[in-house]
Write a protein that binds this ligand. Structure first.
Ligand SMILES: [Zn+2]
Length: 139
């Protein structure tokens, strides 16, 4: 009997705990989505402010080189670019395909990728991203 009571209590605690996890999961998911939207909006308004301070009428995406019209795109810091796992993947894939075609080995590719990533991190100017590449910086 005691054992049964105990298991009932345990079950009810687990149920409550489970409920808390569900609530927590929903909260985290919605806050991370809101956070992603907030970041995207911020990067967009940073880009708009940057365009207002330049005489350029168009630019190029710092990631894929596509043309960006005045007022468009997203402006990110070098740190935000260099710390993105999806950006690291992108650089790796891009370098691999180019360097393998040139007959270079894995070590040379890895060296080149880490050099490019540290250059990205140290870039003194912000990065502008097109509508497509911005997904690399969102969760
Ligand atoms: Zn791009």
């Amino acid at each position: 009997m005691l054992c049964r009571d105990y298991s009932d209590i345990l079950r009810s605690i687990l149920m409550k705990r489970y409920r808390i996890f569900v609530v927590l999961a929903i909260f985290l998911l919605s806050s991370s989505l809101m956070c992603a939207k907030g970041k995207k909006d911020l990067w967009k308004s940073n880009a708009a402010a940057w365009w207002n301070n330049t005489s350029k009428s168009s630019g190029y995406c710092d990631i894929c080189n596509v043309t960006i019209s005045k007022g468009e795109g997203y402006l990110l810091s070098s740190d935000e670019v260099a710390s993105s796992p999806k950006y690291k993947d992108y650089v790796f894939k891009q370098q691999s395909s180019i360097m393998k075609a040139l007959g270079m080995g894995d070590q040379e590719i890895m060296d080149s990728v880490s050099r490019l990533l540290s250059q990205a991190k140290e870039s003194p100017t912000p990065w502008i991203s097109c509508n497509k590449c911005i997904d690399m910086f969102l969760p």
